[in-house]
Design a binder for this molecule. Structure first.
Ligand code: RIB
Ligand code: CA
Length: 306
């Protein structure tokens, strides 16, 4: 049975790879909608980027524009990493399509209320603003959520600050709401996503797939990378989320209590990895991935795209 999912995203190159992998996995994933949020770049641009990626995949999944700022703090973006338009290296044309009417938060609420019996899986790949707003506006949707599989946080050092990973740093209040909502969470923090770097040979094979998706991904993965981000290659942070849905056997982790800081260390995810607090686990924190196999399997699926 296909898993019903919704992807909330701030494209972003790694979001783009995650979206393309999802588009190439319709046999296993019933992607019911994409919702956009401000993060890597502003929400007008993340929405345009989601449309550009959908055009690239030749898909027709509805895309709804979402929050343009975090719940409390002013928006911080990351053009220094992803480029002025958020998709440096992809070489994609402007969108040939338009976003669906209706705000992303309302769309998420409607999607959850219409979820199949087994529920819908939410896949946040950016700041959690839309998800938190949906939970506050319509708490009745919580039982309809099968699980939340998200990229964010870090056991150790952050990337945007020493304390915090970008998605949780941008909107720590939203992250705290999501981790306090009582729904099953699988958390992909930097501890595992920084392992998700394709080898040079794998990147070359992606570029040689002979399709537009391969060329775009190759361009994104071979673009220059600023220093000080904790890795030399381009980590496919967000692709880990979709890969987990497809191939959970490639990952390992443990159930932990996770607390999100909203003060001076905003966005810090304090993870009780060793179970010292006695607090009940609120997330399955993924700590390792078989990266080589992840990209081998990803390449096979990307080859099926136009
Ligand atoms: O810290 C990495 C995360 O922040 C990724 O999701 C990236 O796309 C940005 O949103
Ligand atoms: Ca992202």
């Amino acid at each position: 049975m296909r898993e019903a999912i919704a992807i909330d995203t701030d494209p972003g190159q790694d979001d783009a790879v995650a979206l393309l992998l999802a588009f190439a996995s319709a046999d296993l994933l019933d992607l019911r909608a994409i919702t956009t949020v401000a993060g890597n770049v502003g929400v007008a641009q993340t929405t345009a980027n989601a449309l550009r990626i959908r055009d690239l995949a030749g898909a027709d999944t509805p895309i709804h524009r979402g929050a343009d700022a975090p719940l409390v703090f002013p928006l911080e973006t990351a053009e220094f990493v992803c480029g002025p338009d958020g998709l440096a290296g992809a070489g994609l044309p402007p969108p040939a399509s338009a976003a669906a009417p209706g705000h992303a938060v309302q769309a998420l609420i409607a999607l959850c209320r219409a979820a199949p019996e087994e529920g819908i899986t939410l896949c946040p790949l950016g700041p959690l603003t839309n998800i938190a707003l949906a939970f506050r506006l319509a708490p009745d949707i919580l039982p309809r959520i099968r699980r939340i599989v998200l990229m964010g946080g870090a056991v150790a050092l952050g990337n945007i600050t020493p304390a915090a990973e970008f998605n949780f740093h941008v909107d720590p209040h939203a992250a705290a709401i999501v981790f306090g909502a009582g729904r099953p969470i699988a958390m992909f923090g930097l501890g595992v996503t920084l392992q998700a770097i394709a080898s040079h040979a794998q990147v070359a094979r992606i570029g040689a797939l002979g399709n537009a998706a391969g060329r775009a991904i190759h361009g994104m993965l071979t673009r220059p990378r600023p220093g000080g981000l904790g890795s030399v290659g381009h980590p496919m942070h967000d692709a880990c989320v979709i890969a987990f849905l497809l191939w959970p056997e490639l990952f390992a982790g443990r159930d932990c209590f996770v607390e999100i800081a909203t003060g001076a260390l905003r966005g810090r995810s304090t993870i009780d990895w060793n179970g010292r607090t006695g607090r009940a686990a609120n997330a399955h924190v993924v700590g390792s991935v078989q990266a080589h196999d992840l990209f081998e399997r990803m390449i096979e699926r990307l080859a099926t795209l136009p």
